[in-house]
Design a protein around this ligand. Structure first.
Ligand SMILES: [Zn+2]
Length: 443
């Protein structure tokens, strides 16, 4: 008896009603695959009839009535699948004359794959790997993996009754058959936990989605962090009347850098045939132009093949920028704005923005400034709140990898289930940051 006890323990067979036979483990070969087969019997004294519900008090009520053999995929040992050949007891009810079969917690009714394997599949689905690979490792078929994924995904769905107080929203490139091919995701900005994935990021669709939440839940939302995509602003106004919009700081800088870069390219192309040396400098050293002026090194001299004599990073950047007065102007202005953003000085940011109206700027730079004007209130919040879209952008990156690992997804609901498993099955021990920069400074 002792050895079967340890075999059961080893294979996670926790059901006390399963009794292993005299020769508990054998080997079998099927389709080039070797299996370990564990033999056992499932039997117990049922408390009542499964069909009519009559209480089992004596052999006048229920009797044992033969067995039914079923083979279950149990687990894996040393890369070998382990099957459990289980003789399940059948019972006959003398009251309703019907039979029923003994049940075990090891496996669901009508299933041949143990719950242990299903749990393992769910755990494996959290990682970035293809579903076929998981199926191969666990000796199940790919459709089984998909089925488990959908089942587990369903249990992880948000309840549509509550919303986090701080939201962070973004979109990601989704499956082909979604119109616009972009889907929408939103997370809890303070705990970084994924809340839900929505198929379509277009405004009517999102309105429809968020209106399903009760109005009390929507009123509780305090902030929404996002990029400068204007339909989202409308979404917040309509769905979360008490929420403040925060523009992600990274996107503010990105807007400026894009404009700066296009100005550099314009100057570069103008110089292409007249001053090829300067053209090359502008082309090769694009990074220097985008780097914050304060971060440029001005003490370390070195020789550079494009320049004569010893130079520093700062000298090179200054040289590049002075090639065109307009570029110089944009560069100076954007660096001021970046400085203000970095030092959380909104007053300065606003005054620089005001001053910029006096000088003539290239069209693209002007557009950026106009966008800032338009979202000024939301940008101001970025100077106050520590919340950002960083975590959600990180998620976006992982989504890309998940999609690639499966050679793309065709069905949005499968992708959604996979994402819910990846991000909602875990309990992260992330410590939320202070909400305001002021509080953070105090600590
Ligand atoms: Zn009965």
């Amino acid at each position: 008896m002792a050895h079967t006890h340890y075999i059961k323990k080893l294979l996670h067979i926790k059901d006390p009603n399963i009794y292993l036979s005299e020769v508990p483990v054998t080997r079998e070969k099927k389709k080039d695959q070797e299996y370990l087969v564990v033999h056992g019997k499932l039997t117990y004294r049922p408390s009542c009839c499964k069909v009519c519900g009559v209480k089992n008090t004596s052999s006048q009520d229920l009797i044992k009535h033969g067995t039914k053999c079923s083979t279950l995929t149990l687990t894996h040992v040393n890369f070998q699948p382990v099957l459990l050949r289980l003789k399940k007891q059948r019972f006959l009810c003398k009251h309703c004359n019907s039979t029923f079969i003994a049940e075990t917690s090891l496996v669901d009714r009508h299933c041949f794959i143990s719950n242990l394997i299903k749990t393992t599949i769910a755990m494996e689905l959290k990682e970035t790997q293809s579903m076929t690979l998981i199926a191969q490792h666990l000796s199940v078929s790919p459709p089984t993996v998909i089925r488990v994924m959908r089942q587990v995904g369903e249990t992880l769905e948000p309840n549509n009754q509550e919303l986090p107080q701080h939201l962070s929203i973004d979109e990601f490139k989704s499956v082909k058959d979604v119109s616009g091919a972009m889907s929408f995701l939103f997370i809890n900005a303070s705990t970084h936990r994924l809340t839900d994935v929505v198929e379509n990021r277009q405004l009517p669709y999102l309105l429809d989605y968020f209106m399903r939440y009760p109005v009390e839940a929507r009123n509780k939302v305090k902030t929404v962090t996002m990029d400068m995509y204007s339909p989202y602003t409308q979404l917040v106004i309509d769905c979360f009347p008490y929420a403040k919009i925060i523009i992600d700081r990274f996107h503010i800088v990105q807007h400026m850098n894009r404009a700066l870069n296009s100005e550099r390219i314009k100057v570069m192309n103008e110089l292409r045939y007249t001053r090829p040396r300067d053209y090359r400098k502008l082309k090769k050293q694009w990074k220097l132009v985008l780097k914050n002026e304060d971060d440029l090194d001005f003490s370390c001299y070195f020789t550079h093949r494009l320049y004569e004599g010893a130079v520093t990073e700062k000298m090179m950047a200054d040289y590049l920028v002075q090639l065109d007065p307009k570029l110089e102007c944009v560069y100076a202005l954007f660096n001021q704005l970046k400085w203000a953003l970095e030092h959380r000085n909104f007053k300065r940011f606003k005054s620089y923005l005001e001053e910029s109206k006096k000088c003539t700027l290239p069209r693209k730079a002007r557009t950026v400034l106009q966008t800032f004007e338009k979202h000024l209130e939301a940008i101001k919040n970025a100077f106050v709140y520590t919340l950002s879209n960083g975590p959600i952008e990180g998620m976006n990156n992982k989504i890309k990898n998940i999609k690639r690992s499966g050679y793309g997804y065709r069905n949005f609901y499968n992708l959604r289930a996979r994402l819910l498993i990846s991000y909602r099955l875990t309990t992260s021990n992330y410590q939320p940051r202070a909400l305001y920069f002021e509080d953070e400074k105090a600590v």
